[in-house]
Ligand binder design. Structure first.
Ligand SMILES: Nc1ncnc2c1ncn2[C@@H]1O[C@H](COP(=O)(O)OP(=O)(O)OP(=O)(O)O)[C@@H](O)[C@H]1O
Ligand SMILES: [Mg+2]
Length: 328
């Protein structure tokens, strides 16, 4: 009956089984979610507003009571041994929640003290974490004077003070500009490379694509898709391009087998083709038809497309229809 030793080979960093949450209001925020995150993974939880991401994170970090299901952190069952599970976990919540009238250095040292870390050790870690967060020069400033991006980085530094083996971030980059976001990605990649398992929720598909090896897409309390990022992207067998054309398009466009070619306007072509097909044959046909391509762009972010497909209206119908029409 003893919980598996944390970190034992083969024990997932996070194992969630049939997790359900019904709030007092009657809202069913989670309708039976199962997922597993491997040690060392960088895992994204994607989903639109109200999907249930924060509820899930809230349950894992003991801020929200579950209705049913099981949660294990490195083999430690959350219901049976909450304190041990919590010691393995660091949380960066959606809202900034440190005291603006404290200095970053004190915020970190006091936080560590709260977790029973001796002061000498805490002081040393605070220096390390502030340096990693590029906040060392701000260590003794009133934290209210930090910029939005700095405040976000301080939230991460604080969570790292307890040396968590699993770091969970709820929309760490919401509302920050792309430059700050990139800086935070770098920090998170470093933390992950040093061995910490990371789970984050995000609306930014670009973020998930950039950082994460595995992901789950959640919508209306259910997982609609999960797996390696690469596998999910490969499911999108159709690629879209826009061609800018020199001069006017002919009235009759060539028919290129296996593709869908339409005129977006009098000098732009819109093409959908299987990813396996090469563009040379397309260009050859356009050439024959006397159409000269001046430049081309990819039509959309593929992950974006996947997301829309999985969570949009009629998701049920399209979710199963991932096989390309051209497949044998
Ligand atoms: N404390 C609460 N009491 C009642 N209902 C709640 C509570 N918190 C969340 N909900 C509801 O549960 C559902 C899931 O909300 P949750 O905050 O988990 O979504 P989310 O995926 O984090 O969304 P967002 O991307 O907007 O942060 C929503 O319908 C929400 O209204
Ligand atoms: Mg949320």
């Amino acid at each position: 009956m003893e919980p598996q030793k944390a970190g034992a080979a083969g024990v997932p960093a996070l194992a969630i089984t049939e997790l359900r949450k019904q709030y007092d209001t009657g809202v069913q925020a989670l309708k039976g979610i199962s997922l597993q995150v491997d040690p060392g993974d960088f895992f994204a939880l994607l989903g639109p507003n109200g999907a249930g991401k924060s509820t899930l994170i809230g349950i894992v970090s003991s801020l929200v009571n579950k209705t049913a299901g099981e949660v294990e952190v490195f083999g430690v069952n959350l219901s049976r041994d909450r304190d041990s599970a919590m010691r393995l976990l660091g949380l960066v919540p959606q809202e900034i929640n440190f005291n603006f009238f404290e200095k970053p250095f004190d915020i970190l040292v006091n936080y560590a003290g709260f977790y029973g870390i001796p002061r000498r050790e805490a002081v040393q870690r605070a220096e390390e974490e502030l340096k990693r967060a590029q906040l060392w020069d701000k260590a003794q400033m009133m934290s209210r004077t930090l910029s939005g991006g700095m405040k976000r980085r301080l939230m991460i530094a604080r969570a790292m003070m307890t040396r968590p083996r699993l770091l969970i971030l709820d929309e760490p980059t919401a509302g920050v500009d792309i430059e700050i976001r990139r800086g935070m990605w770098k920090t998170l990649k470093e933390i992950n490379a040093a061995g910490t398992t990371i789970i984050l929720t995000t609306h930014y598909l670009e973020e998930a694509e950039n950082l994460c090896r595995n992901l789950a897409i959640i919508d209306k309390g259910r997982i609609v898709e999960q797996g390696p990022m690469r596998t999910l992207l490969a499911k999108l067998d159709v690629e879209g391009f826009l061609f800018d054309i020199d001069g006017e398009l002919p009235a009759q466009l060539p028919v290129i087998e296996g593709t869908r070619l339409v005129a977006a306007d009098s000098h732009t072509l819109d093409l959908d083709m299987p990813r396996a097909m090469d563009l040379n044959s397309v260009f050859a046909r356009l050439n024959e038809a006397g159409i000269r391509v001046r430049s081309m762009r990819t039509k959309s972010n593929r992950l974006e497309e996947l997301f829309v497909r999985m969570t949009g209206d009629g998701a049920q119908a399209t979710a199963v229809d991932t096989t390309p029409e051209t497949a044998a």
